[in-house]
Write a protein that binds this ligand. Structure first.
Ligand SMILES: NC(=O)C1=CN([C@@H]2O[C@H](COP(=O)(O)OP(=O)(O)OC[C@H]3O[C@@H](n4cnc5c(N)ncnc54)[C@H](O)[C@@H]3O)[C@@H](O)[C@H]2O)C=CC1
Length: 528
């Protein structure tokens, strides 16, 4: 993933504990003072000497698993000793319950990755309701270390921890809803002070925290991609007020829910594997958040300066952030409105960075879409919204001069417009072919802008594809104009369009690693 690469340039000193320090089965101990610029160590970084790990709290009412030789989780970051004075949220020996962590947890509704889910991560079973099969999902925006699913036979063997984690996942998948409900019930009963960080209505998005954690856990071996994903997740959690000390609470409840619903296969060995896995996950998130804290605010306030209704349900909303907001054309952010506190939704920037610092979004009000309806039908100039950090890797690679094939469906044209502006600003003479799809000509709400850009830039070609007239959907039309093997491709639009668009582009000769788009999971949530 290319997004937010600047945050990964920091010196790497990390501290994820994958259990190799000899304290197998112990809970993660957050560091009170995150180290400036700390990031997870690269694979193979030396770990601390055994015994430097502080005492650990125990998962609920369970005997301490015996220390066991930790499996060499491929490339997982290694621990460093916590700073002196680290306060350990510990349970008294033999206590039936771990001590509650003060503070809050990770808001579920908002816990989806702030950036795209690295698509080399096969979705966890929990995500299956909203995530397409791996082969139809986005390609990794950065070459992933793990081969695609179809090449699994040649994949390196899974680590023992990964196998145990997946065994539990297979057990709980058929009762995913129950696990989710139980997890949040545990969290809010044991840590009632955390409830206020979550949206008032725990709607269908409530399983996003669990889903993100389980997706990560299941792919704990795929370190390179996983680290990007988790760093993004950790940074994105700053806007919720998530603190290091919140992670044990979530971990305890995660194990509590899994052990209950995977009781048929659960044992100490499996619990220890989960503890190590969660410890690794949470430390990567914490370190990324700590590093980000040194250079960026957790969120930005932004004032609506213009609100233009383009169709009865599509608005172009332009805002002025309260402080500089660095981002790249093609990225997106999360938005919270004053009318639905703690509910965040993603929107792509509709322009490349502007000299006046203003940001624009194209928002379509969709049924049951609380945030989008509020932005389209309630927001007015003067209203204040909040923005999370920028995310996303659908950005232009300026190191090549390949042509760009840009496919935008509906409001998906917004980041495509930003990409065109970006190419124009770089003064390049690369071919840019834009396909702009809509159901009817009435839905082509931004065609005038795109045609104006075409008039200005001879290297740009814009084609409107209207389903009703073309009697085909956008991906088929793009395929018909191929082959496109000389192009880098950018896809933006509804999840179904992205899925079939990826297929069409591959058929047209573009290798997967040159097809960029945001995560379908994010788009599903963005549509709400
Ligand atoms: N970064 C991104 O990828 C962005 C994505 N979006 C997403 O784009 C969507 C826009 O919604 P609308 O404007 O209502 O678009 P829409 O549903 O009207 O679709 C636009 C066009 O995409 C094509 N399409 C739609 N579904 C398809 C499918 N299943 N298979 C093949 N082609 C299909 C059709 O040609 C259609 O005319 C929203 O879901 C929004 O979240 C919006 C902005 C940025």
């Amino acid at each position: 993933m290319l997004e937010a690469r600047h945050t990964m340039d920091a010196p790497t000193t990390t501290s994820a504990d994958n259990g190799t320090s000899g304290g197998g089965g112990g809970w993660f101990t957050p560091r009170n003072k995150p180290e400036p610029g700390s990031e997870p160590a690269p694979a193979g970084a030396p770990g601390p000497a055994a015994g430097r790990r502080p005492a650990a709290i125990r998962p609920v009412g369970r005997p301490t698993p015996p220390p066991q030789p930790a499996p060499p989780a491929a490339g997982t970051a290694q621990p460093e000793s916590p700073p002196a004075g680290t306060v350990q949220p510990a349970s008294p020996p033999g206590s039936a319950r771990p001590a509650s962590s003060p503070g809050a947890a990770v808001p579920a509704d908002t816990a989806a990755p702030a950036g795209p889910v690295p698509t080399a991560l096969t979705p966890a079973p929990f995500a299956s309701a909203v995530v397409p099969p791996a082969e139809t999902r986005a390609p990794a925006q950065r070459p992933a270390p793990a081969p695609p699913r179809g090449e699994a036979a040649s994949a390196p063997a899974a680590s023992p921890d990964a196998l145990l984690v997946r065994r539990a996942m297979a057990e709980v998948t058929p009762v995913a809803d129950k696990v989710t409900s139980y997890f949040y019930a545990l969290l809010f009963v044991r840590h009632p002070d955390l409830r206020s960080l979550f949206p008032a209505a725990m709607d269908t998005q409530r399983d996003r925290l669990l889903r993100a954690l389980l997706t990560a856990a299941e792919h704990i071996d795929n370190t390179d991609v996983l680290v990007d994903y988790l760093q993004n997740l950790g940074r994105g959690h700053r806007k919720y007020g998530t603190r290091p000390e919140h992670y044990p609470a979530v971990g305890e409840c995660l194990i509590g829910a899994l052990s209950k619903y995977a009781a048929g296969v659960w044992n100490e060995e499996m619990e220890a594997a989960w503890v190590r896995t969660y410890t690794t996950i949470s430390q990567i998130m914490i370190d990324a958040a700590a590093a980000d804290e040194l250079r960026s605010p957790a969120w930005w306030y932004a004032e609506v300066v213009t609100h233009e209704l383009r169709t009865p349900d599509i608005a172009v909303v332009t805002v002025r952030p309260d402080q500089p907001y660095p981002f790249l054309a093609g990225q997106y952010t999360s938005v919270e409105t004053p009318w639905w506190p703690r509910i965040w939704r993603h929107y792509s920037f509709a322009s490349a960075p502007r000299s006046d610092g203003l940001l624009s979004f194209h928002v379509k009000a969709v049924p049951a879409g609380w945030v989008s309806n509020a932005l389209v039908h309630r927001a007015r100039p003067g209203d204040i919204i909040r923005l999370g950090p920028p995310a996303g890797s659908m950005t232009v690679d300026h190191t090549t001069d390949s042509g760009l094939l840009c496919v935008g469906g509906g409001t998906g044209i917004a980041p495509i417009k930003a990409l065109v502006e970006d190419v124009a600003e770089h003064g390049e003479r690369r071919r840019v072919e834009v396909f702009y799809g809509a159901r009817t000509d009435h839905d082509l709400y931004d065609i005038d802008t795109m045609l104006r850009l075409q008039q200005t830039h001879p290297w740009l070609s814009v084609r409107a594809i209207i389903d009703q007239q073309a009697h085909q959907q956008l991906p088929d039309a793009v395929r018909a104009y191929g082959p496109w093997n000389e192009y880098d491709a950018y896809l933006s639009g509804p999840p179904g369009m992205i899925r079939s668009g990826v297929d069409a582009l591959r058929d047209s000769g573009i290798p997967s690693d040159r097809i960029r788009h945001d995560s379908v999971e994010e788009l599903v949530s963005a549509g709400n």
